[in-house]
Design a protein around this ligand. Structure first.
Ligand SMILES: [Zn+2]
Ligand SMILES: [Zn+2]
Length: 271
């Protein structure tokens, strides 16, 4: 008989199946779920999406004449897309390694979802468009605003604008691309984009969901994953940080995992 515990916040169900991820080796008895947010948080997320979309629309309007005038600008935009993908990997990697669920503000809102996602990937599919994209939109607002401002006030504004268009225009959809990579059968147009590697592919992202979750961190287009994994970028960075700080990675992560899993016959950990 599997045991139930009320000590772990966010546990919302007993999961009868044990096939939803490589973490599931028959030992998970209850899986954590994504937090339901308050109406105020939801209003904040809707506002963030509207503001970010409006700023992006202005940026498109300002940069499109440049790109139409000289298609070589597309390459500058692609550099921005590359940086968006790299940044998604860097943030994800940090959340998985040294991020703490208990960090003020960031912890519960931005780090906990990463923890939940490894143990219960399918739970992500429950999140709607606003819940999925609101936080990323909020983070994009200062970037979009400063890009627009600098575009008007510097001599290199054109290059920055097109770069920012690639960075923010694609970066804004990071979590959406990530969610689509988890859909078993996405819409044909999404599948087309995924199969051509224009957005994060399903097989590409599945690599990250294999134990020990230490490859393929980038979740926007996935373009950086191959090169970064080949040079061992993240393991090297981890060793470097541990050498400098003495703090090992994934302490919080391992704590979260052991808190939410119980070996058959064992009690889930209480604290
Ligand atoms: Zn991860
Ligand atoms: Zn995922």
């Amino acid at each position: 008989m599997m045991l139930q515990s009320d000590s772990c916040g966010g546990l919302d169900r007993i999961h009868p199946e044990r096939s939803s991820g490589s973490e599931c080796d028959g030992s998970i008895v209850r899986l954590p779920g994504h937090d339901e947010f308050s109406p105020a948080t939801r209003a904040f997320e809707i506002t963030s999406i509207l503001v970010a979309s409006a700023l992006l629309a202005v940026l498109v309007f300002r940069t499109l004449p440049l790109i139409v005038g000289n298609p070589a600008w597309v390459f500058v935009g692609l550099l921005g897309v590359l940086l968006a993908d790299f940044a998604s990997g860097l943030i994800h990697w940090f959340a998985d390694t040294w991020g703490h669920e208990t960090m003020p503000i960031l912890g519960r809102r931005l780090l906990r979802p990463f923890r939940v996602h490894h143990l219960n990937p399918k739970d992500f599919l429950r999140r709607d468009f606003i819940d999925c994209n609101g936080d990323v939109a909020f983070l994009q607002i200062p970037m979009l605003a400063s890009t627009l401002f600098l575009m008007e006030h510097t001599s290199w504004g054109g290059a920055l604008g097109v770069f920012g268009l690639g960075l923010c225009g694609v970066g804004l959809f990071t979590n959406q691309f990530h969610l689509w990579a988890h859909r078993a059968s996405p819409a044909p147009i999404i599948r087309w984009l995924q199969d051509r590697g224009l957005i994060l592919g399903r097989a590409e992202h599945r690599r990250h969901h294999r134990q020990p979750h230490q490859t393929a961190y980038c979740i926007t287009t996935g373009w950086c994953n191959g090169p970064l994994d080949r040079i061992g970028f993240f393991p090297r960075l981890e060793r470097f940080i541990t050498r400098c700080t003495g703090i090992p990675p994934r302490a919080d992560y391992h704590g979260f995992v052991s808190q939410h899993r119980g070996r058959a016959g064992n009690h889930p950990h209480h604290h």
